[in-house]
Design a protein around this ligand. Structure first.
Ligand code: PHE
Length: 449
């Protein structure tokens, strides 16, 4: 089985695909509105802290499990759990990962559909009332139609395979995204009044931020943005050879992910503040980016059309390279678990997850609740289970992670101790505080209030 497994063509191809998985709507759409909601720089600092202390160790744990087993999540856990405490029960965690992939991709495709639509609308020029417009198109048949189109593209790429599909697209889309994001951030700096945006974004107001809710949000955001806690990174690493330096690659992926989120803030906040739209930031919700920015672009004339198009194009690229990693988790599970061929798995899984997305396309309230459940329960819970598994259950993770690496045993032992103690302690706290309000939001939704 392992012998015939697909492989990445190049190291750079794997890295760009993994960075492509991490960098996506989470870095631009979600990061901006969470930062606005969490009060600016202090939220960013917390999110950076979670990325470094919790995200990075779990990233290396996922890459280690994937490469070491050469299997998709369920098989990878079965492989390393065999003969260890818990044994086959750990397969259940792999099944939870696949379920998380279904949930996340289902609403991710809907938001990605909005970005596709907005890229086109930007070229034609945004209309007078972006708030009302977003209300009309964000839910219903329109939303489903664009979701469907986006998912069709995602399926087509994954259908092409690891090297010829995922890697090829990442090699083009990711460099393009970097250039676009940096270019727009530089452009935003030239606008009159942009300083107010930097002040808002870069001034830390810690007094405001040390609330439980903001800490829980920052943790969920870190998991989502790094694609952790559901086996996406694990799956990508399962197509690697033995000679990759996994600790270094984890660092590169996490640093790139934070870097793009940070620069995305440098484009979004100056744009919004330069055009006097800070009011739209205050009552930020899922739709913030899709309301405030079109207003900004609409008031910028021709330049607004060009910059608006490029902005949403960057979002589309980010969304696509993330969505293919989500779908790949499901597709590889179908291939390893049911013995399906790639083509069949891509079509069946793609169709199932697209249909499930109908719920999120139906109502943004449903979308928001699925997002909260996926992050606060599935990703954070999945991350905790991964830390316990690699820290306590797996045999000699240090040797497995360190193979091919220039990092010495000392650093890898630190990593293992983080997974054993600090990471679980932090995540238990996050779960204890994040799960009750999340379950409440589910109850409210079902109760119709
Ligand atoms: N990291 C992606 C983003 O920021 C989303 C994602 C989550 C992708 C989980 C894969 C797995 O947009």
């Amino acid at each position: 089985m392992a012998g015939s497994r697909e492989q990445w063509n190049t190291k750079a191809g794997f890295l760009l695909a993994a960075v492509g998985s991490a960098v996506g709507l989470g870095n631009m759409w979600r990061f901006s509105y969470m930062t606005a909601e969490g009060g600016g720089a202090a939220f960013v600092a917390l999110y950076l802290g979670f990325t470094a202390v919790v995200g990075l160790p779990i990233m290396l744990a996922e890459l280690t499990l994937g490469r070491g087993s050469g299997r998709s999540p369920i098989g990878a856990l079965a492989h390393f759990a065999s003969g260890r405490a818990g044994g086959d029960a750990w397969k259940g965690l792999g099944i939870v990962f696949v379920a998380a992939g279904f949930l996340i991709l289902s609403y991710y495709g809907v938001i990605a559909g909005w970005t596709v639509r907005y890229a086109g609308e930007a070229l034609l020029g945004f209309g007078a009332d972006p708030g009302a417009h977003f209300g009309e198109i964000s839910a219903g048949w329109d939303a489903f139609g664009f979701h469907l189109a986006f998912m069709a593209a995602t399926v087509a790429i994954v259908y092409g395979g690891v090297g010829a599909g995922i890697e090829r697209v990442s090699l083009v889309a990711m460099p393009a995204l970097f250039l676009l994001v940096i270019g727009i951030a530089v452009y935003a700096a030239t606008l009159d009044g942009s300083t107010a945006g930097y002040e808002y974004y870069l001034n830390a107001d810690f007094a405001n931020v040390l609330s439980t809710k903001v800490m829980v949000d920052a943790a969920g955001q870190a998991f989502f943005s790094l694609s952790l806690g559901m086996g996406a990174m694990l799956t990508y690493a399962s197509y690697l050879g033995r000679d990759n330096d996994l600790p270094s690659e984890s660092l590169i992926i996490a640093a790139s992910d934070f870097g793009v989120a940070f620069v995305a803030g440098l484009m979004v906040f100056p744009l919004i503040f330069a055009l006097g739209l800070q009011g739209d930031v205050g009552d930020s919700t899922i739709g913030a980016l899709f309301v405030a920015l079109p207003k900004a672009f609409a008031s910028m004339g021709f330049a607004g059309r060009v910059v608006g198009f490029l902005f949403f194009l960057a979002l589309v690229f980010g969304a696509l390279t993330s969505a293919i990693s989500l779908l790949e988790v499901l597709v590889s599970a179908g291939m390893d678990g049911f013995g399906w061929e790639r083509a069949r798995s891509a079509v069946v899984m793609g169709a199932a997850v697209t249909a499930l997305g109908g719920a999120s396309a139906w109502s943004t309230d449903i979308l928001g609740v699925i997002d909260a459940v996926a992050l606060n329960l599935f990703l954070v819970g999945g991350g905790l289970a991964l830390a316990v598994f690699v820290g306590w259950v797996m045999r000699d993770p240090v040797a497995e992670a360190g193979s091919g690496s220039r990092w010495g045993r000392f650093w890898l032992a630190c990593w293992r101790n983080l997974l054993r103690f600090a990471v679980p302690a932090v995540l238990v706290w996050v779960l204890a505080n994040g799960v009750p309000p999340t379950l409440q939001s589910v109850a409210d939704l079902l109760g119709g209030s």
